[in-house]
Design a protein around this ligand. Structure first.
Ligand SMILES: Nc1nc2c(ncn2[C@@H]2O[C@H](COP(=O)(O)OP(=O)(O)OP(=O)(O)O)[C@@H](O)[C@H]2O)c(=O)[nH]1
Ligand SMILES: [Mg+2]
Length: 303
């Protein structure tokens, strides 16, 4: 890469839970590096995704959905959002077009914070594939543009890939001249071990119901290549908050744990491109989402 022409842009993806921030990150980077579920508060930490397109390197920060903190883990998540928006050149504010209408109280609060910090924002109005008629989009975009002086507004669908190249071009216009921060083939800053834990949590979120999945934390205790074959051994502990939750995670005769771990193993094999031997244990840590030591042990460390 010619150092003279190279450019980099740091960009934070932010917005309410479940609007599709992680889906947009994965679609932009072209690999699944952040987990996605239909439950809010899927993302817990800031996840860096990197895309290098010709001279421009994009460094995206995916963040947890902005919400009212209810415990110490949520405090950490909300603080991560606040920190991430000041660390970058640009914010992409993601909203969900299918919710219809105007920004809700949480969105207005977040936009208020962005305004106070004088942040430059692009609005990515996601999930346009769910709208019945194209015309339905106009009043929505109008309502959002009254709430913030966006640099630009791009309706997108992460699911169908619609208009993502337009979004990328908009983001690229904020790139600053300078050397790339990462080797051009880098996709993420997350270690493989962390991604494996996230893939397991994704399946737990997907398969479990009600309050159980949100109280789950994963620790990958071991990840090692076998010398004699193309198999990776992964040992993981699924922490939950109550003895009763442990029973639900394990299920009748171990059926739920089997379901979760075999679905996770498939995702792990897809990511690593080799066979995986996954062993999962379930342990209880009462109220861990309010316990600093356990929050730290599970990798939620303030920067
Ligand atoms: N129809 C449709 N669904 C989408 C689109 N983008 C995301 N979704 C779905 O919306 C849900 C939430 O997606 P995520 O990417 O996990 O949302 P998020 O904003 O990262 O959520 P948190 O991490 O919980 O804040 C998932 O079920 C996605 O499949 C889209 O463009 N169209
Ligand atoms: Mg997410």
């Amino acid at each position: 890469m010619n150092q003279k022409n190279s450019k980099t842009v740091f960009c934070t993806l932010t917005g309410r839970p479940n609007v599709g921030k992680s889906s947009i990150l994965n679609a932009l980077v072209g690999e699944k590096i952040a987990i996605v579920t239909d439950k809010p508060q899927t993302t817990r930490t800031r996840i860096q995704g990197i895309l290098t397109r010709d001279a421009v390197q994009f460094v995206f920060l995916d963040t947890p959905g902005f919400h009212l903190a209810k415990n110490k883990l949520s405090d950490f998540m909300v603080e991560t959002v606040r920190q991430s928006v000041v660390d970058t050149d640009l914010t992409v504010f993601v909203a969900d077009a299918s919710r219809g209408g105007s920004p809700d109280a949480g969105e207005l609060a977040l936009l208020g914070e962005l305004k106070a910090k004088g942040r430059r924002c692009i609005l990515a109005m996601n999930k346009v594939d769910l709208l019945e008629k194209k015309e339905d989009l106009l009043p929505i975009l109008d309502a959002y543009s009254k709430a913030y002086d966006f640099e630009s507004i791009v309706p997108v669908s992460a699911k169908e890939g619609t208009q993502l190249s337009v979004l990328l071009d908009e983001i690229a216009s904020f790139a600053q001249e300078g050397p790339h921060y990462f080797p051009d083939d880098t996709l993420t800053d997350q270690p493989e071990r962390v991604i494996m834990g996230e893939l397991l949590r994704e399946q737990a979120l997907r398969l479990l119901e009600r309050e159980v999945p949100h109280g789950i934390g994963i620790l990958v205790e071991r990840m090692s290549d076998r010398e004699d074959s193309d198999i990776v051994d992964i040992d993981a502990v699924i922490y939950c908050e109550k003895e009763s939750h442990k029973g639900i995670v394990i299920g009748k005769g171990g059926s739920m744990l089997k379901k979760i771990s075999s679905a996770a193993r498939e995702e792990m094999e897809k990511f690593l491109g080799c066979r995986v031997n996954l062993q999962c244990w379930v342990k209880v840590k009462e109220g861990w989402r309010n316990r600093d030591s356990i929050i730290r042990m599970l990798g939620f460390v303030k920067e």
